[in-house]
Design a protein around this ligand. Structure first.
Ligand code: DLL
Length: 447
């Protein structure tokens, strides 16, 4: 099932579209964006040098750091008047990365999401309960636009509110869900406690993504809800959800909307472009975007490309499910968390040292974060001295100090990363040191 004709065109037609889009994009950013012009000049590349798709290799990569350095709008190519919507993602410093869309960009995004919905079997007959968060996160509005475009009815409930989610599924006759996979598992647990049999509701299909998840998780959701579930991938920098999507016919690899987002796979160490089938870092160039076009953006996501024909009839190149990243970003309940964000908070506090360990666990279906932080020697000595001197008042004060330190840290970390964590203050030297790179993350999730 395809939404638009570009999904079934042959390779040479696609390449012609891509080359035209690439040439136009490079010309536009060169003419309209000072940062890109400088980058291209430094690399000795002029827009007229892009004569074939292979010439994309002449263009330097764009990284997340470039977006941070040019925060908020210095990589925008459109004028403020042309930007009609803004979104943002969190970054290591706590400052977000900003993205801006023109009216045409919203059209392209909606189109990409309409293909995604169609791929998952969502049509104008469906009632879509959109559980992706609305707000600066691109998930909510992206799924909303796609569902509207295919003519489905949308329930814009956003995340959380488990009991209400279940009530509306029953009362509004929801047939399709759009959500992070982990939240659906959680929802199922809540429903079970309420005595709900999801298979008796009218649910038929779901689109899940925004975080790494496994085939086992898909099988489990399909089984628990009695529905089909398709994967959806995307990132705010490129457009949001809908960069690629699975078809319900195969549920095996995600079709990339490559007439909008030109993909490459590179060796993350060397930057060398790898042939189809080889695993490496995904890189995208937006070839039909106006607000903030990005040239050769390094996603840090690990995948591989396949040009094999798909049984759904679609000819768009497919990418393998993203299971890991080439950096250390964690995704907890759909929120991006970087260890360095937590580190930045710890470093600002007295009495604790920058020796810490982040423990990720799956409690029930929900991911949770625990942060072990070492207190400093001084802090420890003072507390011990008070205890030895037997001054009851001081001991109580120290206990109170530890408690409030813990609470403050928890609050500060939450303020920066946006989700709750549990802090454990541990004695000095109790966290293992490493000779090479420090190990900051203990991921105890099993799938
Ligand atoms: O997560 C956009 C999105 C919303 C995608 C809803 C799918 C559904 P960001 O918050 O910028 O955007 O996070 C992007 O999330 O680079 C991947 O590391 C990860 N990610 C997104 N989708 C998947 C997926 C949205 N299906 C980052 N599988 C990306 C694995 C995913 N990882």
């Amino acid at each position: 099932m395809a939404w638009s004709p570009e999904e079934t065109i042959n390779r040479s037609e696609m390449q012609a579209l891509q080359l035209a889009g690439l040439q136009k994009t490079v010309t536009t950013v060169y003419e309209r964006n000072a940062v890109y012009r400088q980058t291209l000049d430094d690399a000795g590349v002029k827009p007229s040098d892009i004569k074939s798709l292979d010439d994309i290799k002449l263009i330097p990569f764009t990284t997340k750091q470039d977006l941070r350095d040019n925060y908020p709008f210095k990589l925008f190519t459109a004028s403020p008047k042309e930007i009609v919507e803004y979104h943002a993602t969190s970054g290591t410093t706590g400052k977000p990365i900003a993205v801006g869309y023109t009216r045409e960009d919203l059209e392209v995004w909606s189109e990409a999401m309409a293909r995604t919905c169609t791929g998952a079997g969502i049509t104008s007959d469906d009632v879509v309960q959109n559980i992706f968060g609305y707000g600066l996160f691109t998930g909510g509005l992206g799924a909303h636009y796609g569902a509207l475009k295919v003519g489905a009815g949308v329930i814009p409930i956003s995340g959380g509110n488990s009991q209400k989610q279940i009530m509306l599924m029953e009362d509004f006759g929801t047939t399709a869900l759009t959500s992070t996979p982990s939240f659906l598992i959680h929802l199922h647990e809540v429903g079970e406690q309420m005595g709900v049999d999801f298979k008796k509701l009218g649910l038929k299909k779901a689109i899940c993504g925004a975080e790494p998840w496994s085939e086992a998780m898909r099988q489990s959701i399909q089984e628990k809800f009695g529905i089909t579930v398709c994967d959806i991938y995307g990132l705010s920098e490129i457009t949001g959800p809908g960069v690629s999507f699975e078809c319900v016919e195969e549920q095996n690899g995600l079709h990339i909307n490559e007439d909008f987002f030109y993909p490459e796979i590179i060796n993350p160490e060397t930057g060398e472009v790898l042939p189809a089938g080889e695993e490496g870092e995904l890189v995208f160039t937006t070839i039909n975007k106006h607000g903030q076009p990005l040239l050769r953006y390094r996603t840090r996501d690990i995948s591989r490309l396949s040009y094999e024909p798909c049984s759904c009839g679609g000819t768009l190149v497919k990418m393998a499910r993203v299971t890991g990243r080439s950096d250390d970003m964690l995704i907890i309940r759909g929120v991006n968390v970087y260890p360095s964000q937590i580190e930045s908070v710890i470093l600002k506090r007295e009495g604790v040292s920058p020796h810490y360990m982040i423990i990720v666990e799956r409690k029930g279906a929900m991911d949770s974060l625990r942060v072990k932080v070492e207190v400093t020697e001084e802090f420890m000595i003072k507390a011990a001295a008070d205890i030895l001197m037997g001054d009851e008042f001081d001991i109580l004060e120290d206990v109170a100090a530890v408690r409030s330190k813990k609470r403050n840290l928890q609050q500060d970390i939450k303020d920066v990363i946006g989700i709750s964590v549990e802090v454990h203050l541990v004695p000095p030297n109790s966290i293992a040191r490493s000779e090479g790179k420090a190990k900051r993350i203990e991921d105890r999730r099993t799938d």
